[in-house]
Design a protein around this ligand. Structure first.
Ligand code: SAM
Ligand code: SF4
Length: 329
């Protein structure tokens, strides 16, 4: 198991498969992109799968989510998914993606064992997409969403970040779109994880504002049918249900006290929190010949020292050195 000193147990592993991306979302990356990790620094497919196996077999990991950067850019993704699905006890396997390329890959990934997908979609307006993601790819994302649903990935969730004066007027149209297509929408508060350090507390669109905007068009009632547990999203029934919408208020209503996540970066570092200011190297020992028990021990020690919370709202808060795209969102 992976307990920390505050009684939380990490069971949900987020694996970043690359720090590269084919979009440049304003809340994530600068327009020119970033210095990508050199290839030799990145874990090979075999190394990634070995660490996931240790997590599942020895450390109580029950859920594995592949992310990035853009995980669909990782050539070996389907093979990594298939080998993860072959582990016992079989973990739940999900993917967070910008959706570009899903039209080609959704069926293969489903067949390989992918259970669920989250597709990021912040706008339905092509010109806003161009401004926000700095690429003209909205049709690819919408087609990717449809392909995910057609491939039987269920539920298809949509992640939306609202940014002031860019897409903060789209909460209602995005929810309508998701209701019409059977996708489950979750709004995520913008967090201070962009590479350019442009996040400002006073400018972010809060969960309260999002709910107020939705509340003018829909009747939202807290969804009591599901225990929230460690889920970061607060769920609401839309117009009596069964459709739901979620809000992840990472900044204004932090859920650190029930966090069950641990992260593995594409270069083999364990991070016990998105906002951690330090990380623990597993790649070095792995390549130096450490056995499974030694790697599991290093991983346990990394999680044991997890801090009680992210501290975004403290005056002393310092943004982590790695941006979201290099940690794995
Ligand atoms: N490229 C994939 C995607 O966009 O879904 C996976 C990686 S991305 C870093 C994972 C999620 O993090 C996306 O839903 C994205 O919207 C979200 N994200 C990125 N930067 C963020 C930030 N500064 N605050 C909140 N969410 C952010
Ligand atoms: Fe790429 Fe995802 Fe970051 Fe957008 S949020 S730039 S799609 S990694």
């Amino acid at each position: 198991m992976l307990p920390d000193s505050f009684g939380r147990i990490a069971t949900d592993l987020r694996v970043s498969l690359t720090d590269r991306c084919n979009l440049r979302c304003a809340y994530c990356m600068p327009p020119e992109g970033l210095d990508w990790l050199p290839a030799p620094d990145q874990l090979t497919d075999d190394e990634v799968v070995r660490l996931i196996r240790i997590g599942v077999e020895r450390l109580g990991i029950t859920e594995v989510r592949f992310t990035g950067g853009e995980p669909l850019l990782r050539r070996g993704l389907a093979g990594i998914v298939a080998r993860t699905a072959a582990l016992r006890p079989r973990p739940e396997i999900s993917l967070t993606t910008n959706g570009i390329g899903l039209t080609r890959t959704a069926g293969t990934l489903r067949a390989a064992g992918l259970d669920r997908v989250n597709v990021s979609l912040d706008t339905l307006r092509p010109e806003t997409f161009r401004k926000l993601a700095r690429r003209d790819r909205l049709p690819d994302v919408l087609d990717g969403l449809a392909a995910a649903a057609a491939a039987g990935l269920s539920p298809v969730k949509v992640n939306t970040v609202l940014m002031r004066d860019l897409n903060d007027d789209e909460a209602v149209p995005l929810l309508r779109f998701c209701l019409d297509h059977g996708y489950e929408l979750r709004f995520i508060e913008q967090m201070p994880l962009d590479a350019q350090h442009g996040w400002k507390r006073a400018e972010m669109v809060t969960a309260q504002e999002m709910l107020a905007a939705l509340g003018r068009e829909f009747i939202l009632t807290p969804d009591d049918s599901r225990q929230r547990g460690s889920a970061p999203a607060e769920a609401f029934l839309v117009d009596g249900g069964p459709a739901r919408v979620g809000v992840i208020a990472s900044v204004t209503r932090p859920f650190c006290g029930t966090c069950d996540r641990v992260r593995l970066t594409a270069d083999g570092q364990v991070r016990n929190c998105l906002f951690a200011r330090s990380e623990s190297d597993l790649r070095g020992p792995l390549r130096a010949g450490a056995d499974d028990a030694e790697l599991a021990g290093a991983w346990r020690r990394a999680v044991a020292v997890k801090l009680p919370g992210h501290g975004i709202n403290d005056p002393s808060f310092l943004q982590p050195d790695r941006p979201m795209s290099a940690i794995g969102g």
